[in-house]
Ligand binder design. Structure first.
Ligand SMILES: Cc1ncc(COP(=O)(O)O)c(C=O)c1O
Length: 362
């Protein structure tokens, strides 16, 4: 027991990040295996000449571009030091000691973290076949609920809910409860497979209690620069600003994000690689009878009879770092970031080796 820590944080383990191991390819954190967006790297490097100045604390130019892309105004946008910071801003603006947040089990840990930071309690309902159960969440909203976090597609399962289900849910949420819709993997949704994936910015005009977050960490390959943004009604975004530090997003990060928006070629190449990889992996996994969730993200969640910790070790020793999902309360599941063709082939080869050697049971 740490005598310096407040009660709401005492039982919270530190964030368990995807591991980095020397001589192994890291496919454990849903990063872009193609590297960073080249136009973004160039812009970030050029901006280093100006780092003796504080950054623009309002990310003005970037917000204008994001707003224009989404048919919104700059007042509807806030930029964060990664989208996870925006979750902290939202909880910071809304949660007092004893208030409640609501989310799902087996999802991104930062929702729970952000609520607890401000002395709140985060309640959870089970996932339904790897997807947020919006009916159970609507029923779970209580007197003390201030914010509901949704992850669509969900990390770590990759499952998504459609626009009709989201609309039905939003209709049931009381006006004073904020819905934080995390779309970190929005760029990897394949509309030919998921035509009903929500066009969520369009819902903002109808639902002033909705806020949507997205990130530059994944498809644009800028995870280390830390840039994400949230979109919402002006009053709600203003509330998030109240919890923001003055200079939260640094100048190279803002420059990189702006330049990334103009690099369609890298964006499309990354998407195509992921879609091709997904089709290949589905085929190989189906042939072997491996259980997995259909995904609309750049990762796959696979479940085995063998504990995930053992499978993690088997992969790490053979050159690939995957994610052991024990920290997501899924001790028999792993998450693999869909990689290059070569990565994916090696992933399947290692699976076969582990099965042959009795280290993994399907
Ligand atoms: C669902 C989800 N939301 C948000 C994030 C955080 O993204 P960022 O790097 O923008 O903080 C992640 C990162 O893994 C994620 O999986």
């Amino acid at each position: 027991m740490n005598r310096f820590i407040k009660e709401s944080l005492a039982d919270l383990p530190p964030y368990a990040a995807g591991k980095k191991l020397p001589n192994a390819v890291k496919l454990s954190s849903n990063e872009n295996p193609l590297g960073p967006c080249p136009a973004a790297v160039k812009a970030a490097a050029a901006s280093l000449e100006t780092v003796h100045r504080y950054p623009d604390g309002m990310s003005t130019s970037l917000r204008e571009k994001i707003a224009a892309r989404n048919g919104l105004s700059p007042e509807n946008i806030i930029v964060g030091n990664g989208s996870d910071e925006l979750m902290v801003f939202a909880s910071g603006a809304l949660i007092n000691t004893g208030d409640e947040g609501l989310t799902s089990e087996n999802t991104f840990s930062e929702y729970n973290f952000s609520v607890k930071c401000f002395g709140g309690v985060c309640r959870k309902v089970p996932l339904k076949e790897g997807i947020f159960d919006l009916e159970a969440l609507a029923e779970g909203i209580g007197e003390k609920t201030k914010i509901v976090f949704l992850c669509n597609p969900n990390n770590p399962t990759g499952g998504y809910f459609g626009e009709e289900a989201l609309r039905a849910f939003l209709k049931r949420v009381p006006e004073g409860v904020v819905v934080f819709l995390d779309e970190a993997y929005f760029d990897y949704v394949d509309r030919s497979e998921a035509p009903d994936y929500p066009d969520s910015p369009r819902l903002l005009a109808e639902y002033p209690n909705l806020v949507i977050s997205r990130t530059y960490s994944k498809i644009y390959g800028l995870a280390a620069l830390r840039v994400g943004y949230a979109m919402g009604n002006g009053e709600l975004i203003e509330a998030l600003y109240r919890a923001k530090h003055a200079f939260n997003v640094n100048t190279p990060a803002q420059a990189a994000a702006e330049a990334a928006l103009g690099d369609e070629e890298f964006y499309e190449k990354s998407r195509e690689m992921t879609f091709r990889g997904k089709r290949y992996l589905y085929g190989e996994l189906d042939r072997r009878g491996v259980s997995y969730f259909p995904t609309q993200s750049n990762f796959l969640c696979l479940t085995f009879a063998t504990p995930a910790s053992q499978i993690f070790t088997g992969y790490a020793e053979r050159g690939i770092v995957i994610r052991d999902l024990s920290s997501f309360a899924m001790p028999h599941s792993i998450r693999y970031t869909i990689g290059t063709e070569e990565n994916n082939r090696r992933f399947i080869e290692i699976l076969d080796e582990l099965v042959r050697e009795g280290l993994c049971t399907i």
